[in-house]
Write a protein that binds this ligand. Structure first.
Ligand code: GDP
Length: 526
């Protein structure tokens, strides 16, 4: 067995996040290209959904074999083991992305140079800030006319609420884009549009090297020197600890499509990005170097292979080494379990693996035993934190349209909820099932999957709700009084917890005023 400390040190587990279309898929692909994990561009299928239409989603469903394999992409680069955890680009799956962010040690944010900071990026950054996740920013599409790089830096600071420090700097942009100067390594890359190959880097002594004038021209060389002087004057030197604390984001410029500026990003990333970090459990902090294995399920995906009805649970290893065929303790069910065919994810392949180290993700075949957030250990009863369900924003009654298939429908709903696709509440007044989601698309996805995977058909009926919030109180009588008063609006979630369904923000705030002894929670974890 390899040395655990060494294995931890060489691992980098991160996610690339962006607003749809900024270039996340393209950048992912180029990183894999460097890692030798794929050989031609275009090999990575995007698992994003461009339009809010079921047909697009169905197309993805057909390609599931591919998109799932790309959920986790591991590859080796310069002696490092790199794991990219893919996140769905579509905002209706934001919750999926939030959960994936609990399994990474750092993040690369891709920004479109012309569009700057967009909505989805802002939301994702909030999650990073909550968790103090270190972020590196890649300003993409410099081959197109975009905003002034200094303006972009200002916008990043203001909108993402994080200090920034450029570590590379563009020489012009759009049609006049000439290349990037690598502030971190003091070299220069000249831009040549090329989708397949990597541009050679030119070693230069320093920013005053006359060679720069020769290759980019006197005027642009002077402008570059002025810019760098300004940067050094305005921004303090790059402080790695500040970055690791999540307070400072280094910024790179480039063009993912042209494989340009990407290597600079990757080379810096492997050196500064954190190796697997301690994980906070409810009971204690778990260090990756601990001898005993612990891990948690951050994602469940059903029906990987259309020919077999199977689920896979994605387990992030937090400490120790996971071994094939060894018994592990499944904390929630209080049972021992053994896995004969755990899978590792290397680039687009998945393969059976014997040992899995902290920072890596192992795929476990699942026939309904796992739920998101479940913990596996060697016997210790711990629970990993930070995987809350957020209060959904859209609600619909789900109605069975085929009474012969009631069992299938219920099973399908249970499994999709286990996957974390949406949340189920049962109204205690009329006993009807309500599905809550964060986006419209999820309703279409659920309906489609219930039909195609479980043979059950359903219909949606409107229910006018504003928010579902979990309630609790130290005062049992006050809780009962509240539940009596609001009995038409009380529901249970799948864990049997009390949920208040408020039909307007007004009703909610009045309820908060009238029942001061009741605590209202907007995430399921409190
Ligand atoms: P994602 O939605 O963030 O995954 O974005 P994609 O990687 O799918 O890219 C969205 C579009 O932008 C695609 O048409 C890409 O070809 C294009 N694109 C990505 N990177 C660049 C770039 O550096 N320059 C230009 N001009 N286009 C790019």
């Amino acid at each position: 067995m390899a040395n655990l400390t060494d294995e931890i040190k060489k691992r980098r587990t991160f996610a690339i996040i962006s607003h749809p279309d900024a270039g996340k898929t393209t950048l992912t692909e180029k990183l894999l290209l460097f890692g030798g994990a794929i050989h031609v561009a275009g090999a990575v299928k995007s698992n994003k959904i461009k339009k809010t239409a079921t047909s697009d989603w169905m197309e993805i469903e057909k390609q599931r074999g591919i998109s799932v394999a790309t959920s986790v992409m591991g590859f080796e680069y310069e002696g490092f083991k790199i794991n990219i955890l893919d996140t769905p680009g579509h905002q209706d799956f934001a919750e999926d992305t939030f959960r994936t962010l609990t399994a990474v040690d750092s993040v690369i944010i891709v920004i479109d140079a012309a569009k700057g900071v967009e909505q989805q990026t802002r939301r994702l950054m909030e999650v990073c800030r909550m968790r103090n996740t270190p972020v590196i920013i890649f300003v993409n599409k410099m081959d197109r006319e975009g905003r002034d790089p200094f303006d972009i830096l200002d916008e990043l600071e203001n909108e993402l609420k994080i200090k920034v420090r450029p570590l590379s700097w563009p020489i012009n942009m759009g049609a006049k884009f000439k290349g990037v100067y690598n502030i971190y390594e003091h070299d220069l890359s000249l831009f040549k549009p090329d989708k397949q190959h990597v541009t050679e880097r030119m070693e230069i002594k320093d920013i005053n090297d006359p060679h720069i004038d020769e290759v980019v021209g006197k005027d642009d060389a002077q402008k570059l020197r002025d810019d760098i002087e300004l940067i050094d004057g305005v921004y303090p030197p790059f402080d790695e600890l500040d970055y690791l604390d999540g307070h400072l984001a280094p910024v790179f410029f480039g063009s993912a499509l042209n494989t340009f500026g990407v290597k600079e990003l990757l080379d810096c990333f492997i050196h500064i990005a954190p190796s697997p970090q301690p994980t906070q459990a409810v009971e204690r902090v778990v260090e990756p170097g601990e001898e005993k294995f612990t891990g948690f399920v951050f994602k469940i995906q059903a029906n990987m292979d259309p020919n077999h009805r199977s689920c896979i649970a994605f387990v992030k290893v937090c400490s120790g080494v996971f071994h094939r065929n060894q018994y592990y303790y499944h904390v929630r069910s209080d049972k021992q379990m053994r896995f004969t065919a755990p899978t590792a994810f290397m680039a687009q392949k998945k393969e059976i693996i014997d040992e899995v180290y902290p920072g890596d993700v192992v795929g476990l075949p699942d026939n309904g035993v796992f739920k998101i957030g479940d913990t596996l250990t060697e016997g210790e009863k711990i629970h990993f934190k930070g995987l809350p369900s957020f209060s959904p924003e859209m609600f619909k009654y789900i109605e069975n349209t085929d009474p012969m298939k009631t069992k299938q429908l219920n099973k399908g709903i249970e499994q999709l909820m286990d996957e974390g696709v949406a949340q189920l509440f049962v109204n205690q007044f009329n006993n009807r099932k309500i599905i809550g989601t964060v986006g419209q698309l999820q309703f279409e996805v659920i309906q489609y999957r219930l039909l195609h995977e479980y043979g059950a058909s359903c219909r949606w009926e409107p229910v006018h709700l504003y928010k579902a919030c979990w309630i609790e109180s130290d005062d049992d009588e006050a809780l009962e009084a509240f539940k009596r008063r609001k009995h038409q609006f009380m529901a249970l979630d799948r864990e049997g917890r009390d949920v208040f369904l408020a039909d307007s923000s007004y009703v909610l705030s009045i309820a908060q005023q009238d029942f001061p002894k009741i605590k209202f929670h907007f995430t399921s974890e409190f």
